[in-house]
Design a protein. Structure first.
Length: 376
């Protein structure tokens, strides 16, 4: 049975809601929610939180976290993502992850799932995969994103995923299966080795139980060898696995190299309108060979550090001990803007140089291009 939150209980009992308003007056300058949070963080109304109910290791470096959202959660659409915030090493960190569970799951037990792959050098992903335990509480945003299937479901679909890019598509597959609406789907998924396939068992079960779902697994490495380009996406491979790909609506998620290759292929056939992609990172331009950094001064904190010209100014600030507001870390949400006081920065997505003092810079997708001063 789903536990009712404080807010849900109040909504069903107007007298409790009125008492809550009086309690807020008495608790000023805080609110009653701050004190209720001490009893149960999920009852808080001043912040949206979720409790880790369970963890499950999908592969050697990927873990699924079952989260129970608290007050004000809104059901997601399959394919959307959510911001997760928590302290790591004493610093408040925010990252965005796709919701892997189906929306129908929330009607069952009120929980959602995110599946996180530990990234080398990734402070938050490493913490979520290696250290977070059931009972932990995290902050949770609302579902976002338009990487979703249309209400009028196409008769034929093509999913192309790689690595942890399977997560938003897994939400779609689970939702379609739960509704009994799994159509004709060809699914091409890339992973280094068989044991690196996230959701391997469930994908095999879906393929076994639904004749219309054709799963094709492609392994990019052989045991003991580095990644081989010949094992990655090619037009010939696509033609062999899904000859009618031009007639299908395509949903793809994975690393930038895969998505760039898909975009080029679909542009050749003038079929870009059929290609829908979800990126975990901003599409970055190739770094110029002569790129150079400089000294970065953060005027509000008075800190100065050297930057290499390749690392985002957000990461430079974090490494310097600052904690700028941030969200998606890929230039979409515009949370991490800072005013340029002097100097020059390079937009990592286009290599465009920004020199005009007073310009608002998205520090998650900008790097130093010489000495620079920012209002941070």
């Amino acid at each position: 049975m789903k536990d009712l939150s404080f807010a849900e209980t109040s909504a069903r009992h107007p007298l409790l809601a009125r008492l809550g308003g009086i309690a807020d007056l008495l608790a000023w300058p805080l609110s009653a929610s701050h004190y209720v949070e001490l009893v149960n963080p999920l009852w808080a109304t001043h912040a949206r939180r979720a409790r880790v109910e369970a963890v499950w290791d999908e592969t050697r470096d990927a873990r699924t976290l079952t989260l129970r959202p608290g007050r004000s959660w809104q059901s997601h659409r399959a394919g959307q993502h959510v911001r997760v915030a928590l302290p790591v090493g004493g610093v408040h960190q925010v990252r965005t992850y796709s919701i892997a569970s189906a929306p129908e799951r929330e009607l069952d037990d009120g929980c959602i799932e995110i599946t996180v792959k530990a990234v080398a050098g990734g402070r938050v992903s490493q913490h979520l995969v290696r250290a977070l335990r059931p009972g932990s509480v995290v902050q949770l945003g609302l579902p976002e994103g338009d990487f979703v299937l249309p209400d009028a479901l196409p008769e034929r679909l093509l999913f192309i995923t790689a690595g942890s890019g399977i997560t938003p598509v897994m939400s779609m597959l689970r939702s379609l299966a739960a509704r009994g609406e799994l159509p004709d789907i060809a699914h091409l998924h890339y992973a280094p080795h068989p044991y690196d396939v996230i959701f391997a068992g469930e994908l095999a079960q879906l393929a076994n139980e639904h004749p219309g779902y054709a799963l094709h697994l492609s392994y990019t490495r052989a045991l003991g060898e580095p990644s081989a380009p010949r094992r990655h996406f090619t037009a010939a491979q696509l033609d062999g696995i899904c000859p009618d790909w031009q007639a299908r609506d395509v949903y793809a998620c994975g690393p930038q190299g895969l998505l760039d290759a898909l975009a080029a292929r679909w542009q050749e056939g003038d079929l870009v309108r059929r290609l829908h992609v979800e990126r975990f990172r901003a599409p970055l331009a190739e770094v110029p060979a002569d790129v150079s950094g400089g000294r970065v001064r953060f005027s509000r904190s008075g800190r100065e550090v050297e930057a290499d010209g390749r690392t985002s100014l957000l990461r430079v600030a974090e490494d310097a001990g600052l904690n700028p507001p941030h969200g998606c870390r890929m230039g979409i949400c515009h949370t991490c803007i800072a005013r340029l006081k002097s100097g020059c920065v390079r937009d990592l997505r286009s290599n465009a140089l920004i020199r005009e003092p007073g310009t608002l810079v998205q520090v998650c997708v900008a790097a130093a291009a010489g000495n620079v001063e920012l209002e941070l």
